[in-house]
Structure formats: structure tokens, C-alpha cells
Design a protein around this ligand. Structure first.
Ligand code: 13P
Length: 282
């Protein structure tokens, strides 16, 4: 069932939980995410990054996204994640995505604002909600590897939301994309300060590998969308390794695919439960 980012974030904030936002790179990961949301009766954000969409085929992504949204009774936000190419972000708006993220976080504040305003103007014509990032969450995201450039400041967050009127604000508060080499240190005071001085729902990127207790503490301070990519990829890849270790000569894609879907579903359920979104599909 189609829903909007704005509506789900508002409900999450009022209800004191966060919406899990999961990346998918293929059918099995998408299926595992939706199966988890259905079992937990949780709203969910199904996200695809630009390079994942290119890998699968952009038209295929439009089609599978629409199918995943329309074939389930749980509320699903279909989200274009980390859009670097503005034309592809706009195309997602025109092709059934319910929200889009522009990632111009490595640009100057001025350019980030200008590019975000351009996306907002286009997205609004389609009734599509917009997320954008201020400060830069580093690490390995999509095909890009980058260093974070420190934390988002309260002043930056405020200036950015005032200038862009976006629906969700991604902030850099101690996480990074990909697999952590050392344990991430979430900046709880900073999350609290940004929340106290802004009104836009806050998004945490790079949340795989962050202890669930820390994510729960961040939710209490006002984070309402939590992005998870790597942990589902790991669940998927580890399931395939296990299957081939245990079934020498296996070749039936439906059998190992089903096993991998179950592993992705189990991992997604852990997050859904921790974020408090179970039974919030209304
Ligand atoms: P992880 O892959 O580190 O979970 O980050 C995902 C993300 O933030 C997608 O936008």
C-alpha cells in the first residue's frame, strides 16, 4: 500500500518510534524486506540507491518498486536514496517514487541549497517528498567512498531547512556508511541540539553495525528514519555462503534465493522490533 514519507515520519515522531528504511539491490532483498514488514505489521521505507537502480535497470526498478508497493497491505514508502544525478532524481519523481533524496552533501552549502531547491520544486509537482543531507556522512555508500567532513552543526541544519523546506533532513552525527572498523560513536548531545532547534524530521544514515541500544537512544532524541543497507547485504551474502557450503553443487536459484530471502527477512525483523515500528501499519 502506497504511503508518503511525510505522513509516516509524522506518525513515527508522534508515536515515539522510527521507520526502518532499507536498501535493496535485487529482488530477493526487496522480497525479504516486504516479508519482514508484513510479518511485523510495520510500515517500511523501501529504498534504492542510484547505482543499485543502474545495476538492476532503472525501468526494472520502477516496475518492481510499484509491484512491491501495490502487492502488500503494509504501508510502503518507495524512496530514491542518495541521488547524485538530479535528472535521475526527477525521473524517479515522475515514475512512481513517493520520496527522493538528493545527496549534494559534498557540495558547498550554497550549491547544496540551490540543488535541493530545484529538486523540491520538481518533486512537489508530483506530490513527492524530499530528503536532503547537510554535513556529510562518509564511508562506502553506493559506488562512492568518501570521508565524512565532521558533524552537522545546529546552525547549518537550521539554515538548510529554512532555505529548502524539505520533508526530511539527513544529518552527520557520528555514523558512516558500510562496515565499521571501529565502533561508531553517536553524538547524542548534538542530535538533541539539532532536534531542539529544527522542525524537519531527522534521518540517520549509515546505521548498519550501530548497536541497537544506541539507535534506540537516538530515536528517543528525535531520529525518525533510520537507514540500513549493509546489514541486509551481509545477511544476504552470508546466507548464500552458508547454502553453498552445505549444498555442494547447488544450482537451483529458487532454493538458495528462498534461503537468502529468509535471512534478509530475519535481519530486517530485528531492526523493525528495535525501532518500535511493529504493529504500526495502519
Ligand atoms: P549502511 O549501509 O551503512 O547501513 O547505510 C545505509 C544508508 O545510509 C543508506 O542511505
Amino acid at each position: 500500500m502506497k504511503t508518503t514519507l511525510k505522513q509516516e515520519l509524522e506518525k513515527a515522531y508522534q508515536g515515539g518510534y522510527a521507520i526502518p528504511a532499507f536498501n535493496f539491490d535485487n529482488y530477493e532483498i526487496a522480497r525479504g524486506i516486504i516479508n519482514a514488514a508484513e510479518q511485523e505489521k510495520s510500515p517500511v521505507i523501501l529504498m534504492v540507491t542510484e547505482s543499485a537502480a543502474k545495476f538492476m535497470g532503472i525501468d526494472y526498478v520502477y516496475t518492481i518498486g510499484k509491484y512491491m508497493v501495490e502487492s502488500t497491505t503494509v504501508p510502503v514508502v518507495l524512496h530514491w536514496d542518495h541521488g547524485f544525478d538530479i535528472e535521475l532524481v526527477k525521473a524517479a519523481c515522475a515514475n512512481g517514487f513517493t520520496s527522493v533524496m538528493l545527496d549534494a552533501s559534498k557540495e558547498s552549502m550554497e550549491d547544496n541549497i540551490r540543488m535541493t531547491q530545484e529538486v523540491v520544486a520538481c518533486a512537489k509537482k508530483y506530490g513527492v517528498d524530499v530528503e536532503s543531507e547537510i554535513g556529510h556522512v562518509g564511508g562506502k555508500e553506493d559506488d562512492r567512498d568518501s570521508k565524512g567532513n565532521g558533524y552537522t552543526t545546529v546552525a547549518e541544519a537550521k539554515e538548510f531547512e529554512d532555505a529548502t523546506k524539505i520533508d526530511a533532513l539527513a544529518i552527520a552525527v557520528g555514523t558512516a556508511h558500510g562496515v565499521y572498523k571501529t565502533e561508531p560513536k553517536l553524538q547524542f548531545e548534538l542530535i538533541k541540539d539539532i532536534k531542539a532547534n529544527t522542525t524537519t524530521p531527522l534521518v540517520l544514515h549509515g546505521s548498519s553495525g550501530v548497536p541497537l541500544d544506541d539507535l534506540q537512544a537516538a530515536i528517543k532524541l528525535g531520529i525518525t528514519k533510520i537507514n540500513i543497507g549493509t546489514d541486509l547485504k551481509l545477511a544476504y551474502a552470508n546466507a548464500l555462503k552458508e547454502w553453498f557450503n552445505q549444498n555442494e553443487g547447488a544450482f537451483d536459484a529458487r532454493k538458495f534465493g528462498t534461503f537468502a530471502i529468509e535471512a534478509v527477512k530475519a535481519e530486517a525483523i530485528k531492526k523493525i522490533k528495535a525501532f518500535g515500528s511493529s504493529n504500526k501499519a495502519k
